[in-house]
Design a protein around this ligand. Structure first.
Ligand SMILES: Cc1cc2nc3c(=O)[nH]c(=O)nc-3n(C[C@H](O)[C@H](O)[C@H](O)COP(=O)(O)OP(=O)(O)OC[C@H]3O[C@@H](n4cnc5c(N)ncnc54)[C@H](O)[C@@H]3O)c2cc1C
Length: 510
C-alpha cells in the first residue's frame, strides 16, 4: 500500500502510514529493514526526535565511547561486520549509515520529529499520533495501523546522578557522561570518575593520558573481562578469502556459542569463573594490587552485565599509575572534592558522575486507549514485546546480557509475521489478553532481581509493565529460548485477540 493522506477526527490533514516506527536508533533502523524485506507492500515512516540516526551512539560523545559487546552479535544478522569486535560509536554509526543507504531507508526517516502523544481508537482501529517538529515547533498528526516502538529504554535528555550532600559547594565542574560538554578541557586536571560500570571503565582509560590523574571512585567493584580486541577466527577466515557474509555468520555463531557457554558456566561453576576473571585482572595489575578490595564483586558473575575491556585497557591505565581505583563510600562533596566515609578526602578539578541512566518506559510518551490514559505499570507484558490492553503496538526491548540487537532481528521477524497474519485474517486489531489458564497467574515485577539487578532497573521497576508467572508473560533474557520459541508462536493461540472493522467502515476507509 502506498502512503496516503487520511483525515483525522479534527478534520486536519493527517498523514497515514501502515506502520509507524518510533526512533532511528539501531532498533528502529533494523525494524525498517525487516519491514521492507518481509512486508514489502507496507508503507511506513520512522519518526526520530534527533537531527540524525544512531540514537545511543550519536547521543553519547564522552571520550572513548564504544560498544562493550562484540559487533558480530551487536551488528544485524543481515549486514556483515568487518572491523574488530569492539567498535567505537563512530564505527557503529558508519555501519548504520551503510545499512540505511544500501536499503534506501533514509527516504522514510523524518528527523526532528518527536512523538508527543499516541491515542488508540478501537472504533477506527487506528493510532492517532501527535508529533512535534522540534526544528520549527509545529505540531503534526499521523495515523497508523501499527506502532513499532524503538525509542530505547532510558531517558535521553538526562542521565542519573544521585543527590550527594554538598554537591553545590564543590568549586570544580560536575559532568555526566550522557551530557558530555564539547568544550571541556581535561589537560592538567585532577579528575574523579564516580561509577564502576561499562561507562566508567571506558572513560577512565580514555582520559588517563590527557588529564593529570584520574581516580575511579566506586562503591563496589564490577567484574571485568579483559581480552584482545580481535577475533582470531574471523581474521583467519578473512585472510583466506572467505566471503564477508559467511565470516559474519560464522563469527556470530562462535560469539553466541562462547556467550552461551560462559552463561552456563556462571550458573554451574560461578566460583571457578570468578577465579578466572580475578586471575586475568592479576595478570595486568601485578601481585601487590589489592584485587580483593577493588575488583572482587559481591555478586555472582552474570548477575550484572559482564563488562568487556578490550586489551585490558582499564587495567593497563591503573597499572601505569595514570589512573587509580578507590573503593569507598561518598560521605559528601566538599569545596575541593569528595570526602569519603573512611575519612579520606579526594581532591579534584572535575568530577564525572558515571552513575547510569534513568529508565524510561515507552519514552515517557503519553498513551491513551479509547480515551483512557495507559499506565504501563498496570499492564502485563507478552514476551517483553506487547502489553495487555494496548492494541497494535510492540516495544523493542533488547537483551541486557547478550547484544541488544540480537532481539531487534527476532522481534522484527515476529512483528512481520503478525502483520501478515492479520492481513490474511482480514483483521485490523490485535491485542494480547490472559488466557483462561492464566486466571490465577502470579503477577510479578518486570524482572526477577535475583537474576538481573542493575541499578537503573531496580530504581524504576515499579514503573515497568508487569510479568506473569507463565513464561509467555515474561521478558526472558534468554536469546536461545527466544530463537526457538518466537518463530513458532501460534498466532491463533488464545492469548491473541483479533478484531476487524465493521465491513461498511472498512469499505469506506479503503
Ligand atoms: C553508552 C552505552 C553503551 C552501550 N553499549 C551497548 C553494547 O555494547 N551492547 C549492547 O547490546 N547494548 C549496549 N547499550 C544499550 C544500547 O542502548 C542498546 O544496545 C541500543 O543501542 C539501543 O538501541 P535503540 O535503537 O533501541 O535505542 P536508542 O539507541 O536509545 O535509540 C532510540 C532513538 O529513539 C529516539 N526517540 C526517543 N523518543 C522519541 C520520541 N518520543 N519521538 C521520536 N524519537 C524518539 C531517540 O532520539 C533515539 O534516536 C549501550 C547503551 C549505552 C547508553
Amino acid at each position: 500500500m502506498r502512503m496516503t493522506n487520511a483525515t483525522d477526527n479534527t478534520n486536519k490533514k493527517t498523514e497515514h502510514v501502515d506502520v509507524l516506527i518510533a526512533g532511528a536508533g539501531i532498533s528502529g533502523v533494523g525494524a525498517a529493514y525487516h519491514l521492507q524485506d518481509q512486508c514489502a507492500g507496507k508503507s511506513y515512516v520512522i519518526l526520530e526526535a534527533l537531527e540524525s540516526f544512531g540514537g545511543t551512539w550519536r547521543m553519547h560523545t564522552y571520550p572513548g565511547i564504544r560498544s562493550d559487546s562484540d559487533l558480530y552479535t551487536f551488528g544485524y544478522r543481515f549486514k556483515p561486520w568487518i572491523g574488530p569486535p569492539i567498535a567505537t560509536a563512530d564505527e557503529i554509526l558508519n555501519y548504520m549509515e551503510e545499512v540505511i543507504d544500501e536499503n534506501k531507508i533514509g527516504d522514510q526517516i523524518r528527523y526532528q520529529h518527536k512523538i508527543v502523544g499516541a491515542k488508540w481508537s478501537s472504533e477506527d482501529k487506528l493510532w492517532y499520533v501527535d508529533v512535534c517538529r522540534t526544528d520549527i515547533g509545529e505540531t503534526l498528526h499521523f495515523t497508523t495501523n501499527f506502532l513499532w516502538m524503538c525509542q530505547g529504554y532510558y531517558n535521553h535528555a538526562e542521565g542519573y546522578t544521585p543527590e550527594w550532600h554538598g554537591m553545590d559547594t564543590f568549586q570544580g565542574e560536575i559532568v555526566h557522561p550522557q551530557t558530555w560538554p564539547e568544550d571541556i578541557d581535561l589537560k592538567g586536571k585532577r579528575v574523579i570518575c564516580i561509577g564502576s560500570g561499562a561507562t566508567a571503565a571506558t572513560l577512565v582509560p580514555a582520559i588517563a593520558g590527557e588529564c593529570e590523574h584520574v581516580t575511579l571512585l566506586q562503591r563496589s567493584p564490577t567484574y571485568f573481562f579483559p581480552a584482545e580486541n580481535r577475533n582470531e577466527l574471523a581474521d583467519e577466515l578473512h585472510r583466506i578469502g572467505v566471503d564477508d557474509a559467511v565470516v559474519h555468520d560464522i563469527a556470530r555463531k562462535k560469539a553466541l556459542f562462547d556467550q552461551a557457554e560462559m552463561t552456563q558456566r556462571c550458573l554451574d561453576e560461578p566460583e571457578v569463573v570468578k577465579e578466572e576473571l580475578l586471575t586475568a585482572a592479576r595478570e595486568y595489575l601485578g601481585p601487590d594490587f589489592d584485587i580483593d578490595k577493588h575488583f572482587t564483586p559481591k555478586y555472582r558473575p552474570w548477575q550484572q552485565r559482564l563488562a568487556f575491556i578490550p586489551d585490558g585497557d582499564l587495567f593497563v591505565g591503573v597499572a601505569s599509575g595514570k589512573a587509580s581505583v578507590v573503593t569507598d563510600q561518598i560521605d559528601r562533596f566538599t569545596e575541593k572534592g569528595i570526602l569519603l566515609k573512611s575519612g579520606e578526602e579526594l581532591e579534584a578539578d572535575i568530577i564525572i558522575t558515571a552513575t547510569g541512566f534513568n529508565l524510561s518506559v515507552l519514552g515517557g510518551i503519553p498513551f491513551e486507549v479509547d480515551g483512557e490514559p495507559v499506565d504501563f505499570s498496570q499492564t502485563v507484558t507478552y514476551r517483553g514485546m506487547m502489553f495487555t490492553g494496548v492494541p497494535n503496538m510492540v516495544w523493542v526491548f533488547g537483551y541486557f546480557r547478550a547484544s541488544w540487537t540480537l532481539r531487534v532481528d527476532l522481534v522484527a521477524d515476529f512483528v512481520c509475521r503478525l502483520l501478515k497474519h492479520m492481513d490474511a485474517k482480514g483483521v485490523e486489531e490485535v491485542r494480547v489478553a490472559p488466557r483462561d489458564q492464566d486466571e490465577d497467574m502470579e503477577i510479578l515485577p518486570w524482572m526477577d532481581s535475583d537474576n538481573f539487578n542493575p541499578g537503573y532497573l531496580m530504581r524504576s521497576m515499579h514503573l515497568m509493565p508487569k510479568r506473569g508467572s507463565d513464561p509467555i508473560w515474561e521478558h526472558t533474557q534468554d536469546y536461545w529460548r527466544e530463537c526457538e520459541e518466537l518463530p513458532k508462536v501460534d498466532l491463533d493461540a488464545e492469548e491473541f485477540v483479533y478484531s476487524a472493522l465493521p465491513r461498511k467502515v472498512r469499505t469506506k476507509v479503503a
